[in-house]
Design a protein around this ligand. Structure first.
Ligand SMILES: Cc1cc2nc3c(=O)[nH]c(=O)nc-3n(C[C@H](O)[C@H](O)[C@H](O)COP(=O)(O)OP(=O)(O)OC[C@H]3O[C@@H](n4cnc5c(N)ncnc54)[C@H](O)[C@@H]3O)c2cc1C
Length: 393
């Protein structure tokens, strides 16, 4: 292929919110991109059935350049009554509808391998088909980055799973220990408790944290707007900083890390509190050993107490590590400058490899926590378009 024109200009890997939004913005700018992957697969197959989005409605819209394909537009077109909390089903339906509206080319096959070949990229699809692309936009989300602490690594799949492993909240057994104190841990605890399981949440932090515990501060009109940005990520002050990713980009890495950690720390949405009525909550405790004994798992806590459960569910979040994107060839990974698993991306969300862009959570260490959420799609897509318009026109 060296020397000939690539088969396509832009390959977008991943048909989640970031990939779909990028395709919509590129199309409007006259740049055709092909999206690879099943639309909204992570949300449809990996999130627990019955979950509600934590982000408020205005921050749950996937950006398109004319703001035509909003969550409200989807609901209105499909006679869905808007609810204060968006359900998983509605959000998945919204993403699938969005892709139909934008008219971009969608290939539902997964990408198996991406290699750099001279000035282009060679992509091998899951069925062995091959093509070349001038630029690759990685919008593959965090599904590959599940964090499984070493303590639990030896447990069988029957005994232990991760909150992101899929919709397996049935058949886990009667007694379930949930490790962690973030939204996914607490929401799984609520859902399992409501389904009749005996649930215990075990967390290291001294007490559970809840986000948005100052609702009055959000109802002060213009004053609220000064305190919180429309993205509603993080507490007062941080929320406003997060809204300026191009400014955060110039902050020292240590500051950026502190802001990101503070904005996305483990916390649950307060509407979960009444739903956790039956769950036992144990905070300030570490698990020191875990043993699978027959059909049970024995957990020993650092106060010497023991638990016997049928299943351990890990709500231990994720750590971005692009080496876990198995589709990136080893020599390509090695060419990407990183800070500990995060690609270093600059304006245009461009990595150190020309033509290779990263959207979503992998870009958050460079541009801040906005990129961890659906509401960051507007910024990411605009950055991408301005970079690619210059490059391709
Ligand atoms: C439990 C949980 C709750 C959350 N709640 C919220 C919330 O309420 N609001 C919010 O804003 N954010 C929430 N998030 C964060 C959410 O993951 C991101 O906001 C959003 O999914 C980011 O979109 P994305 O396109 O980057 O990733 P994804 O939605 O994960 O999409 C990436 C897609 O790429 C696909 N893919 C991966 N590899 C390949 C490949 N090789 N070839 C083709 N396709 C591939 C995946 O299957 C996936 O469908 C939540 C996350 C979790 C885990």
């Amino acid at each position: 292929m060296a020397g000939s024109s690539p088969d396509i200009d832009i390959a977008i890997i991943g048909a989640g919110p970031y990939g779909l939004s990028a395709a919509a913005h590129l199309r409007e700018a006259g740049i055709e991109a092909r999206i690879f992957g099943k639309p909204m697969e992570f949300w449809a197959d990996k999130m627990p059935a019955g979950m509600l989005l934590r982000s408020p409605r205005p921050a749950s819209t996937i950006s398109d350049p004319r703001s035509k394909f909003t969550l409200e537009a989807y609901e209105s077109a499909n006679n869905i009554t808007p609810a204060q909390r968006t359900s998983l089903e509605t959000f998945v339906g919204y993403g699938k509808w969005f892709v139909q509206q934008i008219g971009s080319e969608l290939d539902q096959r997964n990408i198996g391998t991406v290699k750099k070949e001279n000035s282009t990229f060679k992509l091998v699809l899951e069925d062995g088909a091959q093509l070349t692309a001038r630029c690759v936009v990685v919008a593959a989300g965090v599904g590959n980055f599940r964090r499984t602490p070493a303590t639990y690594a030896k447990l069988s799949e029957k005994a232990c799973s991760h909150c992101y492993d899929g919709r397996k909240l049935v058949g886990l057994g009667k007694r379930v220990a949930i490790i962690g104190a973030g939204q996914s841990a607490l929401e799984c605890a609520a859902l399992l408790g409501e389904a009749g399981a005996e649930v215990e949440v075990i967390a290291r932090i001294p007490m559970l944290r809840w986000i948005g515990m100052h609702p009055k501060l959000h109802r002060l009109g213009p004053i609220s707007k000064m305190l919180y940005s429309k993205h509603d990520i993080g507490p007062i002050g941080i929320s406003r900083l997060v809204a300026y990713p191009n400014m955060l980009y110039h902050f020292p890495l240590g500051w950026r890390d502190r802001i990101r950690t503070r904005a996305v720390r483990s916390a649950g949405a307060p509407w979960l509190i009444p739903r956790l009525g039956n769950a036992k909550i144990t905070t300030g405790r570490n698990i020191v050993s875990v043993t699978e004994i027959g059909d049970e798992v024995k957990l020993v806590l650092d106060d010497g107490s023991e638990r016997r459960v049928d299943h351990v569910l890990l709500g231990t979040g994720y750590s971005v590590d692009i080496t876990k994107y198995r589709f990136l060839a080893t020599d390509l990974i090695q060419a990407i400058e990183q800070f500990n698993g995060y690609p270093k991306v600059r304006r245009g969300l461009l990595s150190s490899v020309p033509g290779l862009h990263f959207l979503g959570a992998p870009a958050a260490r460079s541009f801040g926590p906005l990129l961890n959420f659906v509401t960051g799609t507007e910024f990411a897509s605009n950055e991408l378009v301005s970079n690619l318009s210059r490059k391709l026109n």
